[in-house]
Write a new protein. Sequence first.
Length: 173
Amino acid sequence: MFGEEEFARAQAARQQVISFAGSLTPDQFLAHRVGRWHALETLEHVYRFETAIVRGLMRELTTGVSAHGGGVAPGRHHVERVTDRSFIVDAPANLKPRGQFPDWPALFAELRRSRADLKDLVGTADSLAQATLVSLPHPVFGDVSFVQWVDLIGYHDLRHLDQMREELAACGV
């Protein structure tokens, strides 16, 4: 399957996130320093990020060839660097948490749905030869290929897992 290895890594990362989040108390979900996201907000961002990327990649797949890549396969990027928390990227407004989810169960259901959508997308791409030419822009990496976006989603999960751990440790909870 096209992107199978990358999806497996993304899925393993999501399992770590879910396991961590499932261990938090309601107070821990909301613990944060001023100007920082609490765990529920961080997870909402993870959901918004995955949903936006899946929508964008699906749009590019259904139109044939990426408008961003000009029909040329993008170069290989070191997307695993996204886990480096010393490098801060301000999330675009559409990916910032909006307080849409009142609690973990509501958000958990949406995280499961967004991951099912990613799995469906990877399955769809398997049958489309043009998937190798599909890319979307990233603010740091430039044009990122379909397969690398699948990988990046997993690394993004790990980045924010570390963020939640850091924030809880800083809050002493």
